[in-house]
Ligand binder design. Sequence first.
Ligand code: BGC
Length: 495
Amino acid sequence: MSIIMEHYIIVDIIALFMLILGIKWIFLLNKKKKKSPDLRWNWDTINLQDPLEFPDFFEFGVATSEYQISGCEVRQNEKSKKIDSNWSRFESKKNWLGKCVIEPASNGIDHWNRFLSDISLIKELGVSVYRCSIAWERVQPRENYYDQAVIAHYHQLFDECKSQNIKLMVTLHHFVNPGWFEDKGGFEKEENIAYFVEFAKKMFSEYHEKVSYWCTINEPGAYAGQTYLTHNFPPPGTGIIKKLYRFFKIPDLHKAGLVTRNLMLTHIATYNAIKTMAGGKNSKIGFAHNIIPFEPYHPNNLIERIITKLLNHVYHDTITQFLKTGTFNFKTLTGTMKMTYPEVHNIQDFIGINYYSHVLCNWLSPTRPRVRPQDKEIPTDMHYGIYAEGLYKIIKDLHALGKPIFITESGIADAYDNRRELWYKRYLYAMKRALNEGVDLRMFCAWSAFDCFEWDLGYTKKFGLYAVNRKTFERRLKPGAEFFKKVISQHNLRR
Ligand code: BGC
């Protein structure tokens, strides 16, 4: 008995000793002002005043998504009703104090009623591409029912773009599921994929003559990460276990992996289905892959290294590896979710990339990224910095896949509009540098045309090239957007 006791005491002492050493080590490493290992250009020596000339084939565009600009409210006979979706349900939720858990999207920036003038504003920017999304929850508010008025609305919108000489890239899923699809278990269930494919086929048969590029899913990895890891997106269904995960903010790695896999399967099934349809062979189909590299704030800190490895794994690495190798390898705490698809090189006609910045995670508050002062990085309103080098690195890396690269989204949240010009100067420079080195980069879509609803962050983040007055809905071009506009107008004059 006493021997056992002694043994325990010794173990305790060793454990305590190791804990103290561990904490000391972490503090020591945190104190070290180590230079970050990331690619850093010396911006002081780069002349950003030089006119940025892009090749003739290069297309500039702007991007939006329907829910972010039209919300979920429709007005009918003086009354307003909500279109049922995972997001409209989320904004109806109240916390214990009776307050909404997120700022309601309501009717967005009323784009649904102002689309004609909005397209004119987009045209004024000089862009040749508009990436927008079709709201699945509006088109198909009930299972087996398509709303013809909504279908006609999109015909009108697409016709207007055509008459203004703007090519369309249409996204079919941008984070929003119709309520009925959500009730069936959404993308957690593989058998539900068929519902989305059917919707996609219907949209393709309606609009394929008017749409140049199709983007099946926006950011599969980010959707899964935000829903099951950080729990910032709407709760996926009900049930006590799900509620517990959410309440204690426990990452549900298994579900994150499952949904990422199912979304990739959804993309592949949609791609293959459309390709066999009339007009399908010549269609250009891809998906928007968000790459947001997470990096340790303290490059040597073990905890930060583990956290960032996990985040990279969930948000984008698994998908990137899948695209490169055909093997989907998602590791969870209890095992590995595997899938192989040898035909992986035939699942997209272009590589869509959404890139904003990298995120430096600090072990004490992993969800509140920081910007390292020694890197001289300029913060944006999203708590990550202006990091154009990351865009260059990603383009160079994915060039190896041998498909044209489209930057389907990139932009800055900048409420004071005092960093926007610099953002565009640096990000366009990064693309130009990659182009000069021979990559097959063909398009850049700025996020976003208008200030709009930024999901769980409500209307607080101002990504728009146009500012929008939330009361009058008046749109105004921001001075910080002028540089981007000038580059496009010179580009249009040259080609
Ligand atoms: C999403 C957009 C979002 C933007 C800015 C992207 O990842 O696709 O919906 O507004 O990021 O955070």
